[in-house]
Design a protein around this ligand. Structure first.
Ligand SMILES: [Zn+2]
Length: 422
């Protein structure tokens, strides 16, 4: 047993060191072997050996010679961005979307499902249809499949515990896909992967902690703490959509009433606009739609920009309630960076300013001056990129954002290496 454990630990150390070298080349490249050794604090022989293996696997290439202060010019290494492709799916929208993505998060092919899913079985079939089509679209070897899906997800097992909109309950989607495609599969909640995307590919790439709030039909959030996706004790960290913010409020699809989702989501805003249309005589929606008409997000945005009182009222109300929720989050976690994503960000500045003002008024002034709230930069690809980030971090350790290795283990690894030949 001791022998087995030693062997297992040695293998883990080797995998960890290999990922560390790959990540260093990924982040810092083009870079010489000597610089990799200096940055990783691994000895040069180990780095050379690991680099040789990465070159053999096709993940890293020698791309030329760099500058030198004297002596021979060092050979520079770089990660081969298209060495492996990823299949990434976004199951959070009305239409499933998928993409073939390279190791840099660059989208090579993109697909949208042929129709919206009507029930659980059809939704599952559409996932296979998308993966089949994406697999056929690339000639490159695949790293695996990454998925951002709505609802409560056990990311360790890859099981969808509950996704009400899709009619999925305890669906072992990860296992089903692994058995079908013989590829690694990683699944997490769409808002959680959105946070990973912003942390790895977005302009918050250097930020060690951030909150990303995603607002479409529902409201959810993803939390990155100290460079690590925080999923909580039951994978539900950031599920703020069903916290009650209005007493005696509207019934919610979860069974309760007055949830944040019933006042701050896209559907809530549109519903309220329709309800108010009959009573607001000075609104553009008054005569045109009356009580029973429907209003689209785009129409409401145009009215908002024109200063329509009804549009201003409903958008401000949505921002106000979201602001309250954000105030609690930033105060509880002491995270200063908040990014907003999803269809509702179409409302832009008036909505954003209401949120900022509401948060400012509701937290300790000293904290308020440091909190920065913005609309995200990755746009509609955020879940696709997040699913890619989940896969990259889980399979290649290309960022330590997910399953991060604590610093004391890093030290242990170095000690073991100095001890030699375990
Ligand atoms: Zn609810």
């Amino acid at each position: 047993v001791v022998q087995y454990l030693k062997k297992a630990t040695h293998q883990q150390t080797r995998i960890y060191n290999s990922q560390l070298v790959l990540k260093t080349i990924y982040d810092q490249g083009p870079i010489s072997r000597a610089s990799v050794a200096r940055l990783t604090k691994l000895n040069r022989a180990t780095v050379s050996e690991l680099v040789a293996e990465l070159i053999e696997r096709g993940l890293v290439a020698e791309i030329g010679r760099g500058r030198s202060t004297g002596g021979t010019l060092p050979i520079l290494l770089s990660v081969v961005d298209d060495a492996l492709h990823l299949i990434s799916l976004d199951l959070s929208g009305e239409m499933f979307t998928g993409a073939v993505v390279n190791l840099r998060g660059e989208i090579r092919h993109r697909l949208v499902a042929s129709q919206p899913a009507r029930d659980g079985a059809q939704a599952e079939a559409m996932v296979y249809e998308l993966v089949d089509a994406l697999q056929a679209a690339t000639q490159h070897p695949l790293l695996g499949i990454g998925i951002g899906a709505p609802g409560l997800i056990d990311s360790e097992k890859g099981t969808i515990l509950e996704a009400v909109n899709l009619g999925w309950r305890n669906l072992p989607l990860g296992q089903l896909l692994r058995e079908r495609y013989f590829l690694p599969v990683h699944i997490a909640n769409d808002s959680q992967v959105a946070a990973l995307a912003e942390q790895i590919f977005g302009e918050c790439a250097s930020q060690s902690s951030l909150i990303v709030i995603k607002i479409n039909r529902g409201v959810g959030s993803g939390i990155v703490v100290d460079g690590r996706l925080y999923q909580g004790e039951g994978f539900a960290a950031g599920e703020i959509g069903h916290v009650r913010v209005v007493e005696n409020g509207q019934p919610c699809r979860c069974g309760n009433t007055g949830c944040l989702e019933t006042v701050a989501s896209c559907s809530a805003v549109l519903r309220q606009a329709v309800e108010l249309a009959a009573q607001t005589s000075d609104s553009v929606f008054f005569t045109r739609n009356g009580q029973s008409g429907s209003i689209t997000l785009e129409e409401l945005t145009r009215a908002l920009q024109a200063g329509d009182p009804l549009a201003c009222q409903v958008v401000q109300k949505a921002g106000y309630y979201l602001g309250i929720a954000i105030a609690y989050m930033v105060s509880t976690l002491n995270i200063q960076r908040v990014l907003l994503t999803g269809d509702i960000t179409i409302f832009g500045q008036p909505w954003l300013e209401t949120i900022r003002a509401t948060v400012r008024q509701r937290i300790l002034p000293k904290l308020a001056s440091k909190v920065q709230i913005d609309i995200n930069c990755l746009g509609t690809d955020v879940v696709i990129l997040g699913a890619s980030a989940l896969l990259l971090t889980s399979e290649l350790g290309l960022s330590l954002a997910h399953y991060a290795v604590p610093s004391q283990i890093v030290k242990e690894v170095q000690l073991m290496e100095m001890g030699g030949g375990q």
